[in-house]
Design a protein around this ligand. Sequence first.
Ligand code: FAD
Length: 343
Amino acid sequence: MRVGIVGGGIAGALIAWRLRRTAPRITVDVYTAGPAGGDATGASGGLVRGFERVVPLCRQAADGLAELRGDPALRSAAAYREVGSVYLLPAGAEVTEPVRVLEEVLPGSATLLTGAELAGHYPFRGLPSGMTAVVERQAGFLSPARLRAAALAWIADSGGTVRRVPVVTVTPAPALCGADGAAKGYDAVVLAAGPWTPALLTASGLPTGGLRVKQIQYSVYEGRPAGLGAFVREDTGMWGRPDGETGFLLGLPSDRWDVDPSCPQPDVALVDRVAEEARRLLGHPPAGHRPLRTAVSSDCYHDPPGLALREVCPGVFTFTGGSGGAAKTVLAASRAAAAVLAR
Ligand SMILES: Cc1cc2nc3c(=O)[nH]c(=O)nc-3n(C[C@H](O)[C@H](O)[C@H](O)COP(=O)(O)OP(=O)(O)OC[C@H]3O[C@@H](n4cnc5c(N)ncnc54)[C@H](O)[C@@H]3O)c2cc1C
């Protein structure tokens, strides 16, 4: 069996790596040379935790985190930093089932804190009454770019092929047509081209299956709020984590849909909104401070969200749709997707 994978982001690299590990009889070619512009994997904040409100996503994230923590080679390849995670929930949020999943997969990691307990432990200000949080000890952030680089090296070492050729179209044969003009047939083709996937499907005359592109942006400020690792505030969507030796990364969701992933354009108003919202919540960054840097990229979204293998037509699949969260789920999602392909 021969599988052709388009895209050498974290999704393409890990599904190829899983295939080589679980089914060495399968020939795997990964096409990595995409269009210009940084990809989602290179820009990613890399926050990883077990908690997600949606139970299947929670199980995926928790399983992936347990695998990462239990495998020293993976942990080191991904430059995992265990700084903990705080997920702030609005009053009345129902989290019994995801917290049960966390306890099963990562025993002793998660605690549910009330607003008063939160104020005692963390630098949050002005939280609405009734707000609670899921706090995880065994969580933090990793480098998707480093994990991708390691996976591509493992693929090449284990007999897979990494081709630095952009793919122009895919046909239902299934086959891939490279920019060098060569067409190559496979038993299965997987489009893991992240935010470039919808355009590649359209260029190939195939349906996009509801996949869309959305901008993601964050800024890094000098200095950090004391005692805080990674955090997400669900109602505003604010998120952040320590960055480098002394910086702190902060972001809010963007509302820019259907952007061109090859030409990311910073949303200046969003940079200001992030600083104002963070100042209200954390007292950081101090007034007048400009970011050290702002990262702008995009990801491929699907409704419902989730990195998963989706069939486009017989033999042609997409493996994308992480919707801004695939760093958390890619380990488990790639394992499941490789098992389906191998069957
Ligand atoms: C700014 C930002 C912050 C994020 N933060 C987090 C976070 O904190 N936690 C979390 O869980 N998730 C986060 N995410 C989401 C996560 O990083 C992404 O879901 C994930 O990296 C997507 O990986 P991918 O491989 O699907 O796409 P990409 O990384 O974009 O990779 C797609 C690859 O396909 C290649 N390609 C495209 N077209 C072609 C072609 N025609 N031929 C060959 N190759 C092609 C591209 O060059 C690219 O390398 C973030 C995303 C962004 C953008």
